[in-house]
Design a protein around this ligand. Sequence first.
Ligand SMILES: O=C(CO)[C@@H](O)[C@H](O)COP(=O)(O)O
Ligand SMILES: [Fe+2]
Length: 230
Amino acid sequence: MAPVNPPMIAPSILSADFAHLADEIDAIGGHGMVGGADWVHVDVMDAHFVPNLTLGLPVVQSILKTTDIPIDCHLMIDDPGRWAPPYAEAGAYNVTFHAEATDDPVPVAKDIRAAGAKAGLSIKPNTPLDPYLEILPAFDTLLVMSVEPGFGGQSFMPQVLDKVTRMRSLVDSGELQILIEIDGGINADTIEQAAEAGVDCFVAGSAVYSAADPADAVRNLRAQVTSVRS
Ligand SMILES: O=C(CO)[C@@H](O)[C@H](O)COP(=O)(O)O
Ligand SMILES: [Fe+2]
Protein backbone atom coordinates (compact mmCIF):
# COMPACT_ATOMS: atom_id res chain seq x y z
CA MET A 1 0.00 0.00 0.00
CA ALA A 2 1.24 3.51 -0.76
CA PRO A 3 1.40 6.32 1.80
CA VAL A 4 -1.64 8.58 1.84
CA ASN A 5 0.25 11.82 2.44
CA PRO A 6 1.91 13.71 -0.44
CA PRO A 7 5.56 12.74 -0.94
CA MET A 8 8.02 14.96 0.89
CA ILE A 9 11.44 15.95 -0.44
CA ALA A 10 14.09 17.08 2.05
CA PRO A 11 17.23 18.37 0.31
CA SER A 12 20.39 17.91 2.37
CA ILE A 13 22.52 21.04 2.51
CA LEU A 14 25.59 18.84 3.06
CA SER A 15 26.10 19.17 -0.70
CA ALA A 16 25.40 22.92 -0.74
CA ASP A 17 27.96 25.75 -0.73
CA PHE A 18 28.42 26.44 3.01
CA ALA A 19 29.66 29.97 2.27
CA HIS A 20 26.26 30.85 0.74
CA LEU A 21 23.80 28.83 2.78
CA ALA A 22 20.98 31.40 2.70
CA ASP A 23 21.08 31.53 -1.11
CA GLU A 24 21.42 27.76 -1.34
CA ILE A 25 18.32 27.29 0.81
CA ASP A 26 16.42 29.91 -1.21
CA ALA A 27 17.31 27.89 -4.31
CA ILE A 28 15.30 24.88 -3.10
CA GLY A 29 12.14 26.64 -2.01
CA GLY A 30 12.51 30.11 -0.58
CA HIS A 31 9.92 32.88 -0.86
CA GLY A 32 6.87 30.62 -1.09
CA MET A 33 8.12 28.82 -4.22
CA VAL A 34 5.51 26.34 -5.46
CA GLY A 35 6.65 22.72 -5.32
CA GLY A 36 9.88 23.52 -3.47
CA ALA A 37 11.47 21.60 -0.62
CA ASP A 38 9.23 20.34 2.18
CA TRP A 39 12.06 20.26 4.74
CA VAL A 40 15.67 21.41 4.77
CA HIS A 41 17.78 18.47 5.95
CA VAL A 42 20.76 19.55 8.05
CA ASP A 43 23.46 16.95 8.74
CA VAL A 44 25.19 17.55 12.06
CA MET A 45 28.36 15.43 12.42
CA ASP A 46 30.75 15.47 15.37
CA ALA A 47 33.81 13.54 14.10
CA HIS A 48 33.15 10.94 16.83
CA PHE A 49 29.92 9.14 15.94
CA VAL A 50 30.93 9.48 12.28
CA PRO A 51 34.36 10.20 10.76
CA ASN A 52 33.38 13.65 9.53
CA LEU A 53 32.76 17.10 11.00
CA THR A 54 30.15 19.48 9.63
CA LEU A 55 28.27 22.12 11.60
CA GLY A 56 26.51 22.58 14.91
CA LEU A 57 23.93 24.57 16.82
CA PRO A 58 25.13 28.13 15.99
CA VAL A 59 24.86 27.43 12.26
CA VAL A 60 21.42 25.83 12.70
CA GLN A 61 20.31 28.91 14.67
CA SER A 62 21.43 31.12 11.77
CA ILE A 63 19.69 28.89 9.21
CA LEU A 64 16.47 29.12 11.23
CA LYS A 65 16.60 32.91 10.87
CA THR A 66 16.99 32.77 7.11
CA THR A 67 14.12 30.46 6.07
CA ASP A 68 10.54 29.47 6.84
CA ILE A 69 11.04 25.96 5.46
CA PRO A 70 10.91 23.47 8.37
CA ILE A 71 14.37 22.34 9.46
CA ASP A 72 15.06 18.62 9.73
CA CYS A 73 18.16 18.07 11.89
CA HIS A 74 19.93 14.74 11.41
CA LEU A 75 22.27 14.43 14.36
CA MET A 76 25.14 12.03 13.71
CA ILE A 77 26.66 12.66 17.12
CA ASP A 78 27.55 10.93 20.37
CA ASP A 79 25.63 11.74 23.54
CA PRO A 80 22.35 12.89 21.95
CA GLY A 81 20.78 13.12 25.43
CA ARG A 82 23.01 16.11 26.06
CA TRP A 83 23.16 17.69 22.60
CA ALA A 84 19.85 16.97 20.84
CA PRO A 85 17.29 18.98 22.89
CA PRO A 86 18.96 22.37 22.18
CA TYR A 87 18.23 21.90 18.46
CA ALA A 88 14.54 21.55 19.37
CA GLU A 89 14.71 24.56 21.68
CA ALA A 90 16.27 26.56 18.84
CA GLY A 91 13.21 25.88 16.66
CA ALA A 92 14.09 22.92 14.45
CA TYR A 93 10.93 21.20 13.23
CA ASN A 94 12.26 17.64 13.46
CA VAL A 95 15.27 16.46 15.47
CA THR A 96 16.57 12.99 14.65
CA PHE A 97 19.35 11.20 16.50
CA HIS A 98 20.89 7.76 16.05
CA ALA A 99 19.70 4.65 17.86
CA GLU A 100 23.33 3.45 17.91
CA ALA A 101 24.45 6.56 19.81
CA THR A 102 22.57 5.91 23.05
CA ASP A 103 21.44 3.06 25.30
CA ASP A 104 18.27 4.90 26.24
CA PRO A 105 16.58 6.63 23.29
CA VAL A 106 13.11 7.23 24.78
CA PRO A 107 14.05 9.94 27.35
CA VAL A 108 15.89 11.78 24.57
CA ALA A 109 12.76 11.68 22.40
CA LYS A 110 10.69 12.94 25.32
CA ASP A 111 13.05 15.88 25.84
CA ILE A 112 12.96 16.76 22.13
CA ARG A 113 9.16 16.69 22.11
CA ALA A 114 8.98 18.67 25.36
CA ALA A 115 11.11 21.33 23.68
CA GLY A 116 8.54 21.60 20.88
CA ALA A 117 10.00 19.55 18.02
CA LYS A 118 9.15 16.26 16.39
CA ALA A 119 11.47 13.46 17.51
CA GLY A 120 13.20 11.17 15.05
CA LEU A 121 15.14 7.93 15.45
CA SER A 122 17.69 6.97 12.80
CA ILE A 123 19.12 3.53 12.13
CA LYS A 124 22.27 2.76 10.14
CA PRO A 125 22.06 0.33 7.19
CA ASN A 126 23.16 -2.71 9.24
CA THR A 127 21.07 -1.90 12.32
CA PRO A 128 17.99 -4.13 12.54
CA LEU A 129 14.55 -2.66 13.05
CA ASP A 130 13.14 -5.28 15.41
CA PRO A 131 14.86 -4.22 18.68
CA TYR A 132 13.42 -0.71 18.25
CA LEU A 133 9.84 -1.48 17.23
CA GLU A 134 8.46 -1.26 20.75
CA ILE A 135 9.91 2.21 21.38
CA LEU A 136 8.76 3.75 18.08
CA PRO A 137 5.54 5.19 19.59
CA ALA A 138 7.87 7.68 21.35
CA PHE A 139 8.96 8.97 17.92
CA ASP A 140 7.40 10.94 15.07
CA THR A 141 9.96 9.98 12.41
CA LEU A 142 12.02 6.89 11.59
CA LEU A 143 15.04 7.77 9.43
CA VAL A 144 16.29 4.70 7.59
CA MET A 145 19.88 5.26 6.43
CA SER A 146 20.53 3.93 2.93
CA VAL A 147 24.28 4.71 3.12
CA GLU A 148 26.73 4.54 6.00
CA PRO A 149 26.32 7.92 7.71
CA GLY A 150 29.15 10.40 7.36
CA PHE A 151 29.34 11.59 3.77
CA GLY A 152 27.18 12.74 0.88
CA GLY A 153 27.45 11.34 -2.63
CA GLN A 154 27.56 7.62 -1.72
CA SER A 155 25.73 4.80 -3.49
CA PHE A 156 22.24 3.78 -2.42
CA MET A 157 22.00 0.45 -0.50
CA PRO A 158 18.76 -1.21 -1.71
CA GLN A 159 18.94 -3.91 0.99
CA VAL A 160 17.63 -1.40 3.56
CA LEU A 161 14.29 -1.29 1.76
CA ASP A 162 13.12 -4.44 3.59
CA LYS A 163 12.99 -2.28 6.73
CA VAL A 164 10.93 0.33 4.89
CA THR A 165 8.47 -2.28 3.60
CA ARG A 166 8.04 -3.65 7.11
CA MET A 167 7.47 -0.17 8.54
CA ARG A 168 4.99 0.69 5.78
CA SER A 169 2.83 -2.30 6.64
CA LEU A 170 2.92 -1.46 10.36
CA VAL A 171 1.85 2.11 9.62
CA ASP A 172 -0.79 1.13 7.08
CA SER A 173 -2.29 -1.44 9.47
CA GLY A 174 -2.57 1.26 12.14
CA GLU A 175 -0.10 -0.41 14.53
CA LEU A 176 2.26 2.57 14.36
CA GLN A 177 1.91 6.23 13.46
CA ILE A 178 5.26 7.48 12.24
CA LEU A 179 6.78 9.19 9.22
CA ILE A 180 9.17 6.97 7.24
CA GLU A 181 12.18 8.92 5.95
CA ILE A 182 15.10 7.62 3.89
CA ASP A 183 18.56 9.17 3.58
CA GLY A 184 21.51 8.40 1.36
CA GLY A 185 22.03 7.94 -2.37
CA ILE A 186 18.54 9.10 -3.32
CA ASN A 187 18.47 10.36 -6.91
CA ALA A 188 16.49 9.95 -10.15
CA ASP A 189 17.77 6.36 -10.51
CA THR A 190 16.94 5.18 -6.98
CA ILE A 191 13.98 7.18 -5.70
CA GLU A 192 11.36 4.99 -7.38
CA GLN A 193 12.51 1.84 -5.54
CA ALA A 194 12.31 3.71 -2.27
CA ALA A 195 8.86 5.04 -3.20
CA GLU A 196 7.65 1.53 -4.05
CA ALA A 197 8.79 0.31 -0.64
CA GLY A 198 6.65 3.00 0.99
CA VAL A 199 8.88 5.91 2.02
CA ASP A 200 7.09 9.16 2.99
CA CYS A 201 10.03 11.59 3.03
CA PHE A 202 13.11 11.44 0.78
CA VAL A 203 16.40 13.14 1.68
CA ALA A 204 18.50 14.05 -1.35
CA GLY A 205 21.77 15.96 -1.16
CA SER A 206 24.02 15.60 -4.18
CA ALA A 207 21.09 14.90 -6.54
CA VAL A 208 19.57 18.28 -5.69
CA TYR A 209 22.63 20.45 -5.28
CA SER A 210 24.52 19.14 -8.31
CA ALA A 211 21.55 20.03 -10.53
CA ALA A 212 21.64 23.19 -12.65
CA ASP A 213 18.32 24.17 -11.01
CA PRO A 214 17.98 22.64 -7.53
CA ALA A 215 14.28 23.53 -7.27
CA ASP A 216 13.63 21.73 -10.54
CA ALA A 217 15.46 18.69 -9.18
CA VAL A 218 13.16 18.74 -6.12
CA ARG A 219 10.06 18.93 -8.31
CA ASN A 220 11.31 16.15 -10.60
CA LEU A 221 12.07 13.82 -7.69
CA ARG A 222 8.62 14.46 -6.22
CA ALA A 223 7.00 13.80 -9.60
CA GLN A 224 8.79 10.44 -9.83
CA VAL A 225 7.37 9.42 -6.44
CA THR A 226 3.90 10.58 -7.43
CA SER A 227 4.03 8.56 -10.63
CA VAL A 228 5.08 5.41 -8.76
CA ARG A 229 2.24 5.82 -6.30
CA SER A 230 -0.51 6.44 -8.88
O1 LIG B 1 23.18 11.93 6.40
C1 LIG B 1 23.72 11.94 5.31
C2 LIG B 1 25.07 11.35 5.12
O2 LIG B 1 25.51 10.87 6.34
C3 LIG B 1 22.95 12.45 4.17
O3 LIG B 1 21.94 13.33 4.55
C4 LIG B 1 23.67 12.89 2.95
O4 LIG B 1 24.01 14.24 2.98
C5 LIG B 1 22.81 12.67 1.75
O5 LIG B 1 23.57 12.97 0.63
P1 LIG B 1 23.35 12.19 -0.74
O6 LIG B 1 23.62 10.73 -0.48
O7 LIG B 1 21.91 12.42 -1.14
O8 LIG B 1 24.32 12.83 -1.65
FE1 LIG C 1 21.33 13.03 6.66
